[in-house]
Write a protein that binds this ligand. Sequence first.
Ligand SMILES: [Zn+2]
Ligand SMILES: [Zn+2]
Length: 105
Amino acid sequence: MRALGVVELSLIQGEGLMICEICKKPLNRTEWSADGTLKSCPNCSAHSNKKQHVYYHYPEKFGTTPMRSTPKHPEGPQSYCSSCRAEDIPDLSQAVYCEAIDIKK
Ligand SMILES: [Zn+2]
Ligand SMILES: [Zn+2]
């Protein structure tokens, strides 16, 4: 693996890329709980006031589409939660934060 350049490093350390303070992964990355019943919404995670991944129940809050089918998730999970896709205000009362769940390693 090549070393990170100065620009990339400053992006990681700066405020441009937000890192989850629990799992230390970028907030705009989709994460799954260990049992696969919770999925993070990259949009909610980046915009919640906690610096943590925001998870919702999957597939209820996300929905699926054959266009997003992958070998790992053949049903095709939507990346954003249904609220974000509808450009609604996300219902964070149903959110599960990174600190509360087991992350898929
Ligand atoms: Zn996290
Ligand atoms: Zn969302």
